[in-house]
Design a protein around this ligand. Sequence first.
Ligand code: 13P
Length: 255
Amino acid sequence: MSRKYLIAGNWKMNLTPDDSAALVEEINAVVGTQTSVQVCVCPPFTSLPVVSDKVEQTEVHLGAQNMHAEPSGAYTGEISAEMLRSLYVSHVILGHSERRQYCGETNASINQKILAAIQANLKPIYCVGETLGEREAGKTMEIVSTQVREGLEGYPSSALDLLVIAYEPVWAIGTGKTATDEMAQEVHAGIRQVLTEMFGEADASSIRILYGGSMKPENAAGLLAQPDVDGGLIGGASLSAKPFCDIVEAAIAAE
Ligand code: 13P
């Protein structure tokens, strides 16, 4: 099963609308017309309208970094799937470890968001990953398997074409420490095994599993060469056009 690489930039809580417009224009100029690799940028909510306008005539996809599970109502400060859709958002990062850590998100609450996202035809980029303590205790696969199973509880096979998983070891995020190619491949293969048990081999083999955690131009080629690494979710290196586009180029070269 051939899976097209997806390189997604998670801008986190960075960049004003003006800064975001400037960055996406630079990205558009370098990789905005190629189609061999999928490219997605995930700005903060306040930049979604301007970035949506800028990517409209390009091949660059637009993602959000979070959403609420309910369609509307008294949830001060929250954003619904439908609101994202109205801005032509196609992807939404869900369950990022920073939201698990700082905003109390759990596998169960993220599961509700994932199911709401696919109802609205949004593609969830579901983040999983172990902490350093969990890795050192030999619990990596146990933690990640539980995150996959509980986060995807009740997920319908008919919507698997929307699903993207991102393996982001928490100890590698923003630390400059990357999983080695072999470490990433081992966990990605383990995730695909869990997906196989849940959905069957044919469907599991079509789901993209991205790597995230200090991915940069220098380590992208090695990670992307792994058979179960289908792209990257890039934080720091997505905040300037050059390193982000260089990672996209590495994925194009690895196709
Ligand atoms: P860094 O690339 O800055 O380590 O962040 C990874 C990440 O959290 C992407 O979602």
